[in-house]
Design a protein around this ligand. Structure first.
Ligand SMILES: [Zn+2]
Length: 624
């Protein structure tokens, strides 16, 4: 452990260091010196720079203030308007957790309030934002992590020891890199990429194909779960994370790297996936316990943070513009040997909620690029026209005394619709049920992941579109009241393609009335009831009890074509490559129907003169 030794030598003796531990790639020092704890920033800065390691200094339990006194002190120091919800401790880590409505007020101007808490209580403060809408998932995840502190301490130390073994000269000379397409190549769904080098095995995403209930090719000869070092998740959609708990079900005990919102949304979606499989009598690939295990092994990082994840791989997340917490994955391999950008799902254009995908990379040799809208004719209508159409359809229906039913996925599009409605003035009620509401609540826990514009509107002007008084959470037993009431309204309900869920129940009640409108805002896959209605069918089969009945539609049916999508269209994909801060040597397309992956690869080759590939599942490519 040469790095630990070096560190001990570099830190002054009077720092009274009682313990040095790894926490993932980070180094953690516990000190028994109050004055060192107060003033370490200056001393440690230099060492951090030279060792290229992140170092956190924490108090040894012996110097911390009594817990009850600390709580009182914090309430004295922090202004009341901050809205402290709870104060609790993680004594083994020397931390006091302050859950609060306005984190900014606990930090204070230039970090002044934060420093006062630290220097007067000798605890390291950790600030957590309380969601503005109560979220059971956020509470459960935080509780779980809190109750597993002992396990996590050991787990993180184990990871740190593994990562921090330097590569020998011989190892560096013989380095190679390859990727294997384990799922989601020339198809949409069950995305999984395995990146292997001479000394690491890392998996990027591991999703399910919900439609066909198929999973990645984990039986490929190059994959060995025992040797897997890390899993990286780009975002919480099931086609990217739906199979991650399966790894934990089958003995994987390594880290899952993702952003905090991805972790929380993943829990919501994976638990729901288990429920849906059970209800529909489909095989359930893992238990709820394994979803918990994934959380227990999660290591979260923010955009722009750089983290060593194996002996020769360094991970950075950047905004992908697709979903709350969605990330582009940048992997720096070896010392300047190779850089991979894996886009996951990506939106390079304006949305209500997020910044467009990040472009300012210094070096990329290989890009793995999503191709959902990769064909040359995949051009979306403009964002503005689509938003206007949404508002027009709603207004028209409301005016004639009707109700608008919007079938939607729980996460993503639903919140976009809420943000469009909630940022204007509207005076009709909008109803949403459980899961969709839960997803929205998780959004309110992480406003720092929103676009700068939306953050400004929330933090400076106190205008949070999700908190509009016209949004209502409703329980299933209230459905009939809403359907029977004469009041015009909007209902947003899952599932997005009318395969099941509350949307079907509302449809049954609303279908017969010409005044009502069924409004599609998302992609409808071939063969789904949603697609049929879009094509002009006016009757669809509906399961009612044992028998299937026909449901006749008198209501209006309309569609907002693609303009509210969280994916880049063809133009945006091309302009993304163009706007990148550096020119890639090779572009690999995935996450699209075969034709789209191939067309996009062909046209990128023509326009940018770089090598392009569109491999099939189970193919492997050597990058170095
Ligand atoms: Zn997605």
């Amino acid at each position: 452990m040469s790095i630990l030794k070096e560190l001990r030598e570099r830190i002054p003796k009077n720092a009274e260091i009682s313990q040095v531990k790894f926490e993932g790639s980070e180094l953690v020092l516990y000190t028994k010196s109050r004055s060192f704890f107060k003033n370490f920033e200056k001393t440690v800065k230099e060492v951090v720079r030279e060792l290229k390691k992140r170092i956190e200094i924490r108090p040894d339990l012996s110097i911390t203030m009594d817990m009850e006194k600390t709580k009182k002190k914090i309430r004295e120091i922090v202004p009341e308007s901050a809205g402290i919800v709870e104060i609790y401790f993680e004594p083994d880590l020397g931390k006091v957790i302050i859950e609060v409505q306005k984190p900014g007020l606990v930090i204070g101007k230039g970090g002044e309030t934060y420093r006062r808490i630290k220097n007067e209580t000798y605890w390291l403060p950790k600030i957590e934002r309380a969601p503005s809408i109560k979220s059971d998932i956020v509470v459960a995840v935080r509780k779980l992590l809190h109750s597993e502190i002992d396990y996590r301490k050991k787990f993180l130390n184990r990871i740190g020891q593994k990562i921090n073994v330097p590569q020998s000269e011989e190892e560096k000379r013989n380095e190679w890199i390859r990727i294997s397409a384990l799922g989601g190549f020339r198809q949409v769904g069950r995305i999984c990429v395995l990146v292997q080098t001479s000394c690491s095995n890392v998996m990027l995403d591991c999703g399910v194909d919900v439609g066909s209930n198929s999973y990645p090719y984990l039986d490929a000869p190059e994959f060995d779960i025992e040797k897997l070092d890390a899993v990286v998740a780009t975002h919480a959609h099931l086609d990217h994370v739906g199979y991650i708990p399966y790894l934990y079900e089958n003995g994987y005990v390594g880290p899952l790297y993702c952003t905090a919102p991805t972790r929380d949304l993943m829990v919501l979606l994976c638990l729901d996936y288990i429920d849906v499989c059970q209800k529909e009598g489909k095989p359930v690939p893992y238990s709820k316990k394994s979803v918990e295990k994934a959380v227990k092994h999660s290591i979260v990082l923010d955009y722009g943070e750089v983290l060593d994840i194996t002996r020769n791989m360094r991970l950075t997340f950047q905004p992908a513009g697709h979903l709350l917490g969605s990330s582009l994955v940048h992997l720096h391999i070896g010392e300047g040997l190779h850089n991979i950008l894996y886009t996951g799902d990506m939106m390079f254009g304006p949305t209500r909620l997020f910044e467009p995908a990040f472009t300012d990379f210094k070096r990329i040799e290989t890009i793995i690029l999503e191709s959902t809208y990769g064909s040359s004719d995949d051009i979306k209508p403009s964002r503005r026209d689509s938003e206007q159409k949404l508002l027009d359809v709603i207004e028209k229906t409301i005016k004639r005394g009707g109700k608008v039913l919007i079938p939607s996925f729980a996460v993503g599009r639903a919140q976009e619709i809420m943000a469009i409605l909630g940022s204007g003035n509207f005076d009709f009620p909008v109803y949403m049920e459980g899961m969709l509401w839960d997803a929205t609540a998780i959004h309110t826990a992480y406003p720092e992941y929103f676009s700068k514009y939306l953050q400004k509107s929330i933090f400076h002007y106190g205008k949070n579109p999700f908190l509009s008084k016209n949004f209502h959470r409703v329980a299933p037993r209230e459905r009939n009241n809403i359907i029977d009431s004469a009041e015009p309204c909007v209902i947003i309900a899952t599932s997005g393609m009318l395969i099941g869920g509350p949307a079907i129940e509302y449809l049954k009640g609303l279908a017969h009335d010409k005044k009502n409108t069924l409004l599609f805002v998302g992609y409808q896959a071939e063969g789904t009831p949603g697609r049929r209605l879009q094509k002009g069918w006016r009757e669809i089969p509906i399961r009612g009890g044992v028998r299937t009945k026909a449901l006749k539609l008198e209501m209006e049916v309309d569609t907002i074509e693609g303009g509210l999508s969280g994916h880049s269209d063809r133009r945006q994909l091309m302009s993304y490559i163009h706007k990148l801060g550096c020119k890639p040597e090779r572009v690999i397309t995935n996450h699209g129907e075969s034709k789209k992956c191939v067309e996009l690869a062909r046209d990128i080759h023509k326009s940018f003169r770089c090598e392009t590939l569109s491999p099939k599942n189970l193919e492997a490519i050597r990058l170095k």
